[in-house]
Design a protein around this ligand. Structure first.
Ligand code: GCB
Length: 595
């Protein structure tokens, strides 16, 4: 799926701004057809943003069910005769869209874009109305999963219910990413896929272009940063050779642009789309993760799309700040825990040379208990698997061309110790390999190495572990023994490189005590140091992603003090003590640590 861009044949109109909003507190709007007329009794709501923290109304923040968004727009006269598309960057978690009261499309899943052709629904020269209903309910058939819990006891009023979910981030909802209108010619470039190889000093760019008319003539030109054409070809698929290619490297990104042109029978330009291309290779060999043939060590974080007031809404100020902090602290990578991030964030990663592990929103598929099953007909069942595969397909379709993404993570902390997880992950991993033969795949593990049943299907072992936090709280002296025992077990059992994909401790900014105790900044520093001592001894450890980049919102609970405080930065992006520790460590390490 191509990101909307202004080109000589396409035009984009941003619909981001302040929309009209109505929380459907009784969930009657669909039945009463609120889409048929302009919404009444609305309040202003920014798009993109989560709606939860915008108002002072707890009922809106905690509402379970539908909310309605509405905006009006004009179609420029120049768009007459064009194909007019409406694209929703993400609607968390399910949405139906109407244009001028007629249904235009719907989507399930909160972290990927969807678009619809609304050419036949809009009037040019008059005001058009778009209405979007967004629903935040999670079930065992959604990603992430959840369930509505009802109560059958006298302590709870009749009909009282809550949305339960098993992941550790607040269930923000709404229109989290930009909504855009764009036009293309009637005959248009539908998609372009690029993969790259390196041969000596040359780069190879293999491309495939899909046009609305499969017979259409296609021309591609690859330009360098200065705009000079370095390679060109005719045909809907082929390979370009770039002599003395400048490679996309971690923290030293170089980007080319592939200008894709669709031509009519006379050779006149019908449609033009410029795609950003980074030439690089990725491979797992023995215990090494190779980027451009060189061993790469992941230094960085698990992150979240999360900030004050906007919740999960895309905020380019936060986005740019986060990349500045990543570079300041000498990180080189992050995981899009626990869902695909906004395309605008991945574009920054491409530009800044920050390496990314892209993750599907399969988080919360465990009860952290070896006896309780999740892959059962009443929980994560065939329908869940089908949806998991759909989301994976859409994620790879959207993100396949980002050079920054070097690996796909197909779930976070699932019950991979269950026998039933084996056929499930066989299907998911086979699909990932079929859709993208160029990137390694992983699942992020919670199970112990002797319990996990699926790790052999993947290229890299990613492990999350909280020794001396959830396990043996306060016992810092146990960390080195425990983590060395476990990581060695992973490598011995599966003979694959290991990334510590989460480790950390909650630290409340400003809490200090020495000798350290839990929740102080000193404790967070001491805990990280002890993990690092082990990583430095183990040759097969190829990365450390601290949990988490910044403090973030979670559901309320007795173990969460206004959110998860494992951030190395506060939610407002100010450094805690551990930030200095990591900055120094990662600087000294350079690009690959000598062990
Ligand atoms: C985990 C999860 C992450 C949580 C973290 C924690 O293992 O992957 O989503 O936030 O632990 O802090 O408990």
């Amino acid at each position: 799926m191509l990101y909307p861009k202004d080109t000589c044949s396409r035009e984009v109109k941003e619909l981001s701004g302040v929309w009209r909003f109505k929380a459907d507190l009784d969930n009657v709007g669909r039945q009463e057809q609120w889409f048929a007329q302009p919404l009444t009794d609305t309040i202003p709501m920014p798009v993109p943003a989560s709606y939860n923290d915008i108002t002072q109304d707890m009922a809106i923040r905690d509402h379970i069910g539908d909310v309605w968004y509405e905006e009006t727009f004009l179609i420029p006269r120049s768009w007459n005769g064009q194909r007019i598309m409406l694209r929703v960057g993400s609607a968390c978690h399910h949405a139906v869209v109407w244009v001028n009261g007629a249904e235009a499309g719907s989507h399930k899943g909160g972290f990927l874009p969807f678009e619809m052709d609304i050419s036949h629904l809009v009037c040019s020269g008059a005001e058009n109305r778009v209405t979007i209903v967004v629903n935040n309910i999670l079930t065992w058939q959604t990603l992430p999963p959840g369930r509505i819990k009802t109560f059958d006891d006298p302590r709870h009023p009749e009909g009282y219910q809550i949305q339960e979910y098993f992941h550790d981030f607040y269930n923000y909802a709404g229109l989290h990413r930009p909504v855009k209108l764009y036009c293309t010619p009637k005959e248009y470039i539908r998609d372009t896929a690029v993969t790259t190889e390196v041969e000596g000093a040359n780069g190879l760019v293999h491309y495939t272009v899909e046009c609305s008319d499969p017979e259409a003539a296609v021309r591609v030109k690859l330009t360098d940063k200065a705009g000079t054409v370095v390679a060109e070809a005719n045909g809907a698929s082929g390979s370009l050779t770039v002599e003395k290619a400048k490679l996309w490297k971690p923290l030293a990104a170089y980007l080319y642009t592939l200008h894709v042109e669709m031509l009519d029978a006379e050779g006149a330009l019908l449609d033009h789309y410029p795609l950003t291309v980074g030439i690089r290779t990725v491979k797992v060999e023995g215990n090494r993760f190779l980027i451009n043939g060189e061993p790469f060590y992941f230094k960085g974080f698990g992150k979240h799309e999360d900030s004050d007031i906007k919740g999960k809404g895309l905020d380019q100020a936060i986005n740019v700040k986060d990349f500045n902090l990543l570079k300041w602290i000498n990180a080189n990578s992050f995981r899009t825990s626990h869902y695909p991030y906004a395309e605008e964030i991945l574009d920054m990663a491409d530009r800044e040379g920050i390496v990314v592990i892209g993750e599907v929103p399969a988080v919360g598929f465990t009860f952290f208990n070896y006896n309780e099953k999740v892959y059962t007909p009443d929980k994560a069942n065939d329908e869940t698997l089908a949806h998991h595969k759909d989301v994976l397909t859409d994620m790879i379709a959207r993100d396949k061309n980002h050079p920054s993404i070097v690996m796909w993570s197909l779930s976070n902390e699932a019950s991979t110790f269950q026998e039933e997880a084996v056929p499930y992950y066989k299907e998911v991993s086979d699909l990932a390999r079929k859709l993208d033969a160029t990137r390694p795949i992983t699942v992020v593990e919670w199970a112990l190495p002797d319990k996990c049943q699926v790790a052999q299907m993947f290229d890299v072992i990613c492990v999350n572990r909280y020794y001396s936090w959830y396990n043996d709280p306060g016992a810092l002296e146990l960390i080195e023994h425990q983590i060395e025992w476990e990581l060695t077990g992973w490598n011995r059992n599966f003979n694959k490189p290991v990334i510590m994909s989460e480790y950390g401790a909650d630290a409340i900014a400003g809490f200090h005590q020495d000798p350290p105790v839990m929740f102080t900044e000193e404790y967070q520093c001491e805990l990280l140091t002890r993990y690092h001592n082990v990583f430095d001894r183990l040759d097969f450890v190829i990365g450390e992603h601290v949990w988490a980049f910044a403090d973030f919102a979670t559901k309320q609970g007795t173990t969460r003090i206004n959110g998860n405080k494992k951030g190395i930065f506060t939610r407002q992006r100010q450094p805690k003590m551990a930030a200095r520790l990591l900055k120094d460590r990662w600087e000294q390490m350079g690009s690959y640590p000598v062990k």
